[in-house]
Each structure stands twice: as structure tokens, then as C-alpha cells.
Write a protein that binds this ligand. Structure first.
Ligand SMILES: [Zn+2]
Length: 158
């Protein structure tokens, strides 16, 4: 998981090579707020600019990303569904995978894409679990592969 920039467990450390930091976080998650406080303190210790944006819409996230200067790093923190949405928004705004770290605080609720009918739904499940597609009703196995572009897990017809 580390190579793809998705981190579970303890909050990841700031990339000290970053020249400025933008944090996109879910406000209703205590672990995410804790990670943000941690990152802001580290950034100020490094003498770097850092800004945190709570519960950004894709539009707000894209604006904030567009305003960054070269060498900035993006940090995302929140439960899986929110973290994936902010990650997808940042990626669609042009952020490269190496500039982005996504801290997934919990994977209780995640977003699953059905390749059969192209419905995206939220599910209280983990990769490897089976769910019924809300769109077409077929049984889907949630693949461990996460699409950072779409911000969803892919369901495979089981
Ligand atoms: Zn379906």
C-alpha cells in the first residue's frame, strides 16, 4: 500500500522535501483532526507554509491545488470514502502520485464501483468482502485494488 501513497494505521510523517503543504481532511474524524494538528506543527517546525482545508468539495480542493507552488505536497486524511474523494479531486486537479499522501483513518465505509452497471455505492465493508450491487443486484467481491483516479474500490463479479 505504501508505494501507491495510501497509508493505514499511524499517520504518515510529512515529506520533509515538501516546500509547502496542503492538507485536505474530514472534520468529523478525530484521527484525521489529530493527524492535521501533527502535520501543521511539523510544517511550522520546518518553517514551511501549511494550510488545512476541512471537508473540501471537489471544486474547493481543485482551487486550493491550483494555487500551490511547485514543490508543494498534498496530505489527505479521513475515513476511506472521504479520503478517496479528496484524493480523486486532487489527482483530477493535476497532483502527481508522488506529491500526495493519503492517510486512511478507517475503512469501515468505502466506495465500490460496479463494472457491470457502472454504479458507485458506499458500503460498510472491507476489501475481500462480498456485497450486492445497489444498481443491478449482482454479487460483487471488493478487490483490494484502489483506483486513485476514481477514488473507488473496484468490485469484481463474484
Ligand atoms: Zn451493478
Amino acid at each position: 500500500m505504501k508505494a501507491s501513497g495510501f497509508v493505514h494505521g499511524d499517520p504518515p510523517a510529512l515529506d520533509r522535501a515538501g516546500r509547502a503543504f496542503l492538507v485536505l481532511a474530514a472534520s468529523d474524524c478525530e484521527l484525521a483532526r489529530k493527524a492535521v494538528r501533527h502535520w501543521m506543527a511539523d510544517a511550522s517546525e520546518l518553517g514551511r507554509d501549511a494550510a488545512a482545508l476541512y471537508d473540501p468539495t471537489p471544486g474547493r480542493a481543485a482551487e486550493a491545488v491550483a494555487a500551490l507552488r511547485a514543490g508543494s505536497r498534498i496530505l489527505v486524511a479521513g475515513p476511506a470514502a472521504e479520503a478517496m474523494a479528496y484524493t480523486a479531486a486532487a489527482r483530477q486537479a493535476g497532483v502527481l502520485p508522488c506529491e500526495l499522501i493519503t492517510y486512511v483513518t478507517s475503512t469501515v465505509t468505502l466506495t465500490v464501483f460496479c463494472p457491470h452497471c457502472e454504479t458507485t455505492q458506499r458500503a460498510d465493508a472491507r476489501p475481500g468482502d462480498r456485497i450486492s450491487c445497489a444498481g443491478c443486484g449482482i454479487s460483487l467481491e471488493i478487490r483490494p485494488h484502489l483506483s486513485s483516479h476514481h477514488g473507488t474500490y473496484l468490485g469484481a463479479v463474484a
